[in-house]
Design a protein around this ligand. Sequence first.
Ligand code: HPA
Ligand code: ZN
Length: 351
Amino acid sequence: MSNFTPFLAALPKCEHHLHIEGSLSPATLFKLAKSNNIALPADDPAFQSIETLQARYERFTSLDDFLGYYYIGMRTLLTVSDFETLGYEYFQKAHADGVHHAEIFFDPQAHTERGVAYNTVVEGLTAAQRRAEADFGVTSKLILCFLRHMTADEAGKTYQEASALGHFSDGTVAGIGLDSSEVGNPPEIFREVYMSAKDAGLRRTAHAGEEGDSTYISRALDLCHVERIDHGIHLVDDMELLKRVAANKTLITMCPLSNVRLRCVTKVAELPIRTFLDNGVRFSINSDDPAYFGGYILDNYLAVQDAFTLNVAEWKSIAVAAIEGSWCEDDRKAVLLKKVDECVEQFADLQ
Ligand code: HPA
Ligand code: ZN
């Protein structure tokens, strides 16, 4: 344990890059498979036990290798109650790690495709959000992600379904995102749905520059008008673009342990955290798919500290950027900024 551990545990956090389906632990996966009578792949020895599945998660070779397991795992989620439990268990862990505000991705197409209704997912997640706010004071938003391995037409249908239920106009869903297999599925394929979202006043983000090169980032910004970039680690390959992202205060939602597990980098120290700090690129640190990548948000903070030995002022700048880049209301941001000030004051002497 580093002498920074108590400080990093106490530091008020915002999480912006968390796939709720990626918080499904192997234990819950097996439990739900049994109670919901869902067959797991008999021909894959990884599914023999919780332990063998956990061990397999430590050997992902790429984003697609992970996604194969991610989509199998979520097949065990069927009912409103399953989604509420999934969401609430995440909030419990996030609260214990010092998260005060969370903006959560969900993948409706991965559920509707297998016969689970869009609204079953959203009803369960919104119930979890309400309970988390009442029990822990954690505020949250939902971000509807489109699966980029599916077509623009299919994304459009999902957008229409959410829109027809009033989920955009009533704030149930705050924004849209884009995830799944990146390379070969560039963001501009989904330009039309992004433009509809912009016209409707929705927030917009996209995974870009995780496995894809830096043009995936510029195309998401220029052609889809996204306000945030998820992962964005390839931004350092185009310093002109990096300077533009810094000047525009575009938030990059980094996921250190995910990048190591999916072999985007061999170790956390290879991530461009120092370059981002030195050039004023705003970023937050997040857990992505914590049940699959070996840690929740605090584990990611600690891994960054281990690799970069940041000081209190640098951590304060990260915590402040995370709050300012959040999509919550200004009065909520003011409350969170004050909490960060108080925490930093308490640990001011930390070296
Ligand atoms: N990248 C792309 N798609 C995803 C991820 C990710 O890290 N996690 C869940 N879906
Ligand atoms: Zn992600």
